[in-house]
Every structure is written in C-alpha cells, then in structure tokens.
Design a protein around this ligand. Structure first.
Ligand code: FMN
Length: 224
C-alpha cells in the first residue's frame, strides 16, 4: 500500500456536507418488512429517480465467464416490475455472450444520497423482439446508429475506425428509420432474491433479503 493521505495508506475522502434533497425519503420498517419486495424495490427506484444526480438508474451487472470468473459493468435500468429488471445491450458483447451461456446475473444499485443499496439476483432471459423494437424506436437516431457502429467489447484499432463505421451506417440508413440491429436488445433478470440495505450512523445498518420460494417470498434479516 502506498501512503497517500496525510501519511495513511488508506483512502479517506474529505467529509462533505450532505446534499439537501427536494423530497423526504420514505422509511422502510425493517422490523415489519413489506410483504411485496417487488413493490418495495420499485418504490426505492422511483425515489432514486428524483435525486439530483445523473443516471440514478445506473445498475451494475455481474456475469460469469466460461472460466468461472466474474465480470461486472454499469448499465442503465430501463424497466422494473414483477417480471424483472430490464437493461439493453449488444448481445454479442462480453456480457451478452456470458449471460447467454450462464443465464444468471447479479445486479446492484447504490444511491449514496439515500444511503441505500439494492441487490437483485436471478435467472436471465433475453427480452422479446417486440420489446426490443419498441425501446429501440424511442432512441435518438444518433444512439441508434451508435448501436450499429459499436462492435461492443471487440478490439478497436483507433477512434477513426469507429467514426468511419458510424458514418457508414449513417449513409446506409439515410432517409429511412434506422432498423434495430439483430444483435441489440434487452436482458431481463427475474428476481430470485432481492436485498434492501439502508445505511445508519456507526455502521448500524439495516439489511433484509427476500428469497423467492414455492409459497412466495421468504424474508430474512441479516447482520449488515
Ligand atoms: C453510467 C453507465 C451506463 C451504461 N449503460 C449501458 C447500457 O445500458 N448498456 C450497455 O450495453 N452498456 C452500458 N454502459 C457501458 C458498459 O458499462 C460497458 O462498458 C459495456 O456495455 C461493455 O461491457 P462488456 O464488455 O462487459 O459487455 C454504461 C456505462 C456507464 C458508465
């Protein structure tokens, strides 16, 4: 470890004033947990969407490779309900290939302003073409062209090669609606477990995990 902060080898960010929120966050009662974790997770997500931060729908997705090693990246959560959490991506990317082969994912969302962490784990399915088409149609044209231009996770020699592909597709689809690339679409993670973590002073945090069973959800409290 390298001494960096006043001689200490540990990273210690300076204390900052907490951001003043424009709403009063709800309080989950961890002693009497809600019966429906999907609705509770949705409520946390909806509150997070009110935060004065860019991309409050950022979610980290972990997948596992053929070598059993995990990999992790940020994506944007695009829908969440009883069917699961949906994000869109290139299915030929590293995550696309890993999730197609090992159809299980772990998701994490973290909102520092609310001192909350939400974790979801479960099996993964590709979303239907109808859903993919509907979402792709809503994207700005530049993003649609970007989806064609980016051979996501493949080696790229230089920026110029990327720009050239963008211009190629811009010309190819001049004057017409950009079709959805066949390899571009969503993944839906159906929650098998949902964990709520609420921070409190002195690390005396609250933490509960719901696990889906034959008779619905079982909820367990965990040490944080
Ligand atoms: C805030 C943020 C949001 C992102 N959202 C997406 C997304 O929704 N879909 C996506 O494919 N990549 C998204 N990315 C890029 C991914 O993190 C990642 O670099 C890319 O998908 C390639 O990952 P892979 O090689 O592991 O497949 C986002 C990155 C950031 C920082």
């Amino acid at each position: 470890m390298t001494a960096a902060h006043g001689g200490s080898p540990f990273i210690r960010p300076p204390t900052r004033q907490p951001t003043v929120l424009t709403f009063t966050p709800s309080q989950m009662d961890f002693d009497h947990p809600p019966t429906d974790p999907i609705a509770a997770a949705r409520a946390w997500i909806d509150e997070a969407l009110q935060l004065p931060i860019p991309n409050p729908n950022t979610m980290y997705v972990a997948s596992v490779g053929a070598d059993s090693r995990p990999s992790l990246r940020a994506v944007l959560l695009r829908s969440f309900d009883a069917d699961g959490a949906v994000f869109f991506t290139n299915h030929q990317s590293r995550k696309g290939r890993e999730l197609a082969a090992q159809r299980h994912a772990a998701l994490l969302m973290h909102w520092d302003h609310l001192d909350r962490q939400l974790r979801i784990e479960g099996p993964v399915e590709a979303t239907d073409d109808a859903v993919n088409d509907e979402y792709f149609r809503e994207r700005p044209r530049a993003n649609q062209l970007g989806a064609w231009a980016s051979e996501q996770s493949q080696e790229l020699a230089d920026r110029g090669a990327f720009n050239a592909r963008y211009e190629l597709f811009d010309r190819q689809f001049a004057g017409v609606d950009v079709p959805r690339p066949p390899h571009w679409g969503g993944f839906q993670v159906r929650p098998a477990s949902i964990e709520f973590w609420q921070g409190h002073p002195a690390r005396l945090h609250d933490r509960i995990v719901y696990r889906r069973g034959g008779n619905g959800w079982a909820v367990t409290r965990l040490y944080p």
